[in-house]
Design a protein around this ligand. Structure first.
Ligand code: UD1
Ligand code: UDP
Length: 374
């Protein structure tokens, strides 16, 4: 049983769900919690996944405790009815940890996809760092994306035999999508792609940036747009009203800022590959950017994905408004060289085969012939 609820989990679970579907040795069940609604459905539609169960938990203004308790409550009867041999959860969201705990309470083995990421700071990213540490405590099988994440788990006492380094399935999803050169549904973006003018892509949504830091990010983007009139800035805004209200006020009426809704994954990854730079606080974007040769300025104080920093694709710029403007200006002064410099860097997060490795690990533990009927 694979359980997921938000956009990034859906993108990262999709390749594994497809691999399980194609397996002769495993039967798959897909449960979505609906922690996200439109942004989740968008991904399931793209990958042609029809969930077997949908908890439909999302509400506007949802608190972490509400999401957690609704997932725990909603999933328990499904676990009782389906009696899966293992439950796969992905990453560090509230859905992920609540689903892991629901399975643990039923003594069903938890398989943690994207295990072992650590920032070392419980406050950032919040609550994700705490979520992933909790899930690591109760998981039976840890599918780590990199050697660094494997080492983090070993340091915390996880047995070597329970860890498999698979790479990150987000790169599988990216490869399945980015080559297709899907058309943008907004003709304005299609025109922009044809012009080949410098384009800055911006995404932001982190909970620790809600409120004044997010408003500061909005003002920083407005300052950059005014200072560089030949630059087009594309900002696919998250659905969260708290993010939109804080971020978008400063950007109204600026002609070289294009604000869109959340883009379908194929459109987003095409934009990512066209951008000269991405300014973001996203986890997944840090992992995808090396594969399309686009540098990232990361609006965070730290990252649980240090591989991006060590390869030179990702640079931390924090969330201070002035600092963000200065770092982007410095990059733009020299952008063709700086973009070209990351073009040949191999992606440290994955090679597109993570879901095959994850499937092999699942089959070796939970294949149908090993199933003992209840
Ligand atoms: C969640 C995850 C975060 C992940 C992010 C990806 C937690 C604690 N946070 O944060 O780890 O990086 O997703 O985007 O699990 N909304 C909609 N429609 C949607 C999606 C969201 O309207 O399709 C709005 C709703 O008002 C919702 C709000 O956004 O209440 C916040 O969603 P939530 O999942 O609570 O937080 P995120 O910041 O999206
Ligand atoms: N993404 C997308 N459409 C968008 C913005 C992002 O499909 O408009 C994808 C992006 O390619 C990445 C994932 O969403 O795979 C990242 O999601 P998000 O930043 O919301 O969450 P995080 O990765 O920070 O948990």
């Amino acid at each position: 049983m694979t359980v997921y609820g938000t956009r990034p989990e859906a993108i990262k679970c999709a390749p594994l769900v497809k691999a399980i579907e194609a397996s002769d040795d495993l039967d798959g069940v897909v449960v979505v919690t609906g922690q996200h609604r439109e942004m989740l459905d968008q991904v399931n539609a793209l990958f042609e996944i029809t969930p077997d169960h949908d908890l439909d938990v999302m509400s506007h203004g949802q608190t972490l405790a509400q999401i957690f308790s609704r997932v725990l409550d909603g999933l328990d009867p499904i676990l009782a009815a389906e009696r899966p041999d293992a439950v796969v959860v992905q990453g560090d969201t509230t859905t992920s940890t609540a689903a892991a705990l629901a399975a643990f309470y039923r003594q069903i083995p938890v398989v943690h996809l994207e295990a072992g990421l650590r920032s070392g700071d419980l406050a950032s990213p919040f609550p994700e760092e705490g979520n992933r540490k909790i899930t690591s405590q109760i998981a039976a099988l840890h599918l780590a994306p990199t050697e660094t994440s494997r080492d983090n788990l070993l340091r915390e006492g996880v047995a070597d035999g329970d860890i498999v380094v698979t790479g990150n399935t987000v790169i599988d999803a990216l490869y399945a999508t980015v080559g297709k050169q899907v058309e943008f549904s907004d003709p304005g973006l299609e025109e922009l792609a044809a012009q080949q003018a410098p384009m800055l892509l911006v995404t932001t949504h982190r909970r620790e940036n809600w409120g004044e830091p997010m408003a500061g990010i909005g003002r920083a983007v407005a300052t950059i747009a005014r200072r560089f009139p030949d630059l087009t800035i594309v900002l696919p805004a998250h659905h969260n009203p708290l993010v939109r209200d804080a971020l978008l006020t400063a950007l109204e009426g600026i002609s070289n800022v294009v604000v869109t809704g959340p883009l379908p994954y194929g459109e987003f990854t095409r934009l990512l590959s066209l951008a000269c730079l991405v300014l973001s606080d996203s986890g997944g974007v840090q992992e995808e950017a090396p594969s399309v040769g686009t540098p990232v300025l990361l609006m965070r104080e730290n990252t649980e994905r240090p591989e991006g920093l060590t390869t030179g694709v990702v640079h931390l710029v924090g969330t201070d408004e002035t600092q963000i403007v200065e770092e982007v200006a410095r990059f733009l002064a020299d952008w063709p060289r700086r973009r070209a410099a990351v073009g040949d860097i191999a992606n440290p997060f994955g090679d597109g085969l993570a879901s095959s490795r994850a499937l092999a690990a699942l089959e070796s533990r939970y294949a149908r012939q090993q199933h003992v009927a209840p």
